[in-house]
Design a protein around this ligand. Structure first.
Ligand SMILES: *Cc1c(COP(=O)(O)O)cnc(C)c1O
Length: 560
């Protein structure tokens, strides 16, 4: 055999050599390792330069998507430095969730250990489809499921869980289990061939629309139970509906209990829903009682207060805060009663997106979702953790599980009590300030999370009386809509100020709920929204919210 020796290297090899400098080195090499750290550090410096008094990085750009449609796939390479510079540009306009003046939504600032977990996953690229591809990242998932079981009151010897693609994903899992149970485990193989209901409150998250549509039960099988004035599911309506359904011999796959609604932090009475389900199952001799899934993606973290000593109050929360937390805990202390539940660490858990955990009380339920290993011939020849047999995803990142694990270890119950307790305390202080004005109405005053929804009324209108009329009286529909519009303008002016670094960034909801008349045609009630999660939010920030509402309202008057 003759070996061909090339005198000159082909050009690609030179380029390959260059491209290698774009990756972290596979073996320890101080110069290359230093380059990586230096690159990240330079990048962070550039972002730091974008910080100002405003709660966002640099500036927001307006109306530029048309330009984006002209982008073409580049021919050549760029340098690491060029792309890092570009990435810094693309961080422009991002709200800084940790900023005391960012009270936008249920979006948390992220802790350093949870960020580090994402870095670890980004570099080493674990795939928790299998422990062979994810090593101890898989163990982090298993340990987190155990720790969360302990927190909420599941028996970790029996429970199970997997991280999935979002809170929506956790609802997918919960509903899928309910549908499989209702159809005798046949839907996976045969498809959904008959009607199965998914029941949730009218204030539940819209992801149920995706879930019912994509799982093939159809949105027409989605039942919205009316809510009470406290934004929780009306139990009498639920009971009526279930009785009518069972009387007619129809099937209910799942009842979703929302444990913290997205806008108002309404909490369904999970314990009562479970009791009702059990009682009706006996009464109607149901072969398969409906599965109960708790959509606790927001509310789960209140479980850390289950064993807080409220009498001694060692953390020194104000009385108003203690009352608020205890009130929430009356419902959120029951999470262990749900057959399954969803948790978002990327909401109230202070971890980056995505970090969502689906939990089941009885891990044997997961076999309803499993495929045969023979159908996955390229996997599972060895190793001992094979979640890919039952997960919806094939590839599943290790980042979410390790980040959740990191925050649980970092914060423990105590740390979460401090963060959430502070957020609730600041929200309560905000309410106190808003309630002092007769032209402002807090509209979720029976919900005690860290979110405050409120409406502002023009001069000459007494807020409380006007709000009562608007909610109940069809004759006040025009007034309601005019005030929605008025509030939208208030929000816009506040938003503009905040963007200039002169105020607190709030958010807006078009329909925090609907009026109590008119059925499906009921007009929406809009509201301004303050969602506090940042540990930096202090009394000064809270004062500023109340003050800017007054100032903006005055400004509107003077412009009339
Ligand atoms: C946010 C939210 C969801 C959806 O979670 P994602 O992580 O955004 O998919 C579901 N339910 C409730 C109550 C939520 O607030």
């Amino acid at each position: 055999m003759i070996l061909r020796v090339t005198a000159t290297e082909p050009p690609y090899l030179r380029l390959l050599q260059q491209l290698k400098t774009c990756f972290p080195g596979p073996v320890s090499e101080p110069v290359m390792d230093g380059y990586f750290v230096h690159t990240v550090s330079r990048f962070l410096d550039r972002l730091d330069d974008l910080k100002s008094a405003a709660p966002l990085l640099g500036q927001r750009r307006q109306d530029h998507y048309q330009e984006s449609l002209k982008e073409i796939f580049p021919e050549g390479t760029a340098t690491v430095e060029q792309v890092i510079g570009l990435l810094a540009e693309f961080c422009q306009g991002m709200p800084i969730w940790a900023h005391p003046n960012a009270q936008v939504n249920v979006i948390p600032p992220t802790t350093i250990p949870s960020i580090t977990a994402f870095i670890a996953a980004a570099i080493y690229n674990p795939n928790i489809i299998w422990d062979e591809y994810s090593a101890r990242f898989a163990e982090a998932e298993i340990q987190t499921v155990s720790m969360v079981s302990d927190l909420i009151g599941y028996d970790s010897q029996q429970s199970g869980g997997v991280f999935t693609f979002s809170g929506t994903g956790t609802n997918f899992y919960g509903c899928k289990l309910g549908i499989e149970k209702a159809l005798g485990g046949r839907a996976m193989a045969e498809g959904v061939r008959e009607d199965v209901q998914i029941i949730a409150s009218a204030a539940s998250h819209y992801s149920k629309l995706n879930v019912s549509g994509w799982l093939g039960v159809g949105m027409k099988n989605l039942v919205a139970i009316p809510t009470t004035g406290k934004n929780d599911m009306s139990l009498s309506h639920l009971e009526d509906h279930l009785r009518r359904t069972f009387d007619a011999g129809k099937k209910v796959g799942v009842i979703i209990a929302t444990m913290g609604t997205t806008d108002a932090f309404g909490l369904d009475d999970l314990g009562a829903i479970v009791r009702l389900r059990d009682q009706l199952a006996r009464e109607y001799n149901l072969a398969q009682p409906p599965h109960i899934h708790a959509d606790a993606v927001i509310g789960w973290v209140w479980s850390v207060f289950r064993d807080y000593d409220f009498a001694a109050n060692p953390l020194g929360f104000r009385a108003r805060t203690l009352k608020a937390v205890q009130h929430s805990l009356e419902r959120l202390g029951d999470l262990g009663q749900a057959d399954s539940l969803g948790i978002d660490f990327h909401k109230t858990g202070y971890a980056p997106y995505l970090s969502s955990l689906f939990m089941v009380k009885d891990r044997r339920d997961l076999t309803l979702l499993s495929r045969q290993p023979a159908e996955m011939p390229y996997l599972y020849q060895f190793g001992s953790y094979h979640p890919g047999i039952y997960t919806l995803e094939c590839s599943r990142p290790g980042s979410g599980a390790l980040a959740a694990f990191a925050n649980i270890r970092l914060l423990g119950k105590q740390g979460y009590r401090v963060l959430i307790g502070h957020a609730v305390e600041m929200a309560e202080m905000l309410r106190e300030r808003l309630e002092a004005h007769s032209f402002i109405q807090v509209v979720n005053d029976h919900n005690f999370g860290s979110v405050t929804l409120f409406r502002v009324y023009p001069p000459g209108v007494e807020a409380q009386a006007a709000y009562r009329r608007e909610v109940k009286d069809p004759a006040c529909r025009e007034e309601l809509e005019a005030h929605n519009f008025y509030n939208r303008r208030i929000f816009q002016l506040i938003h503009d100020r905040a963007m200039r670094g002169e105020g607190v960034l709030l958010s807006w909801t078009d329909a925090y709920r609907r009026a109590q008349y008119g059925g499906k045609e009921a007009p929406a009630i809009a509201a301004l929204k303050s969602y506090i999660l940042s540990p930096w939010t202090d009394l000064a920030a809270v004062d500023m919210v109340a003050r800017q509402v007054v100032e903006v309202r005055n400004q509107m008057e003077s412009e009339r």
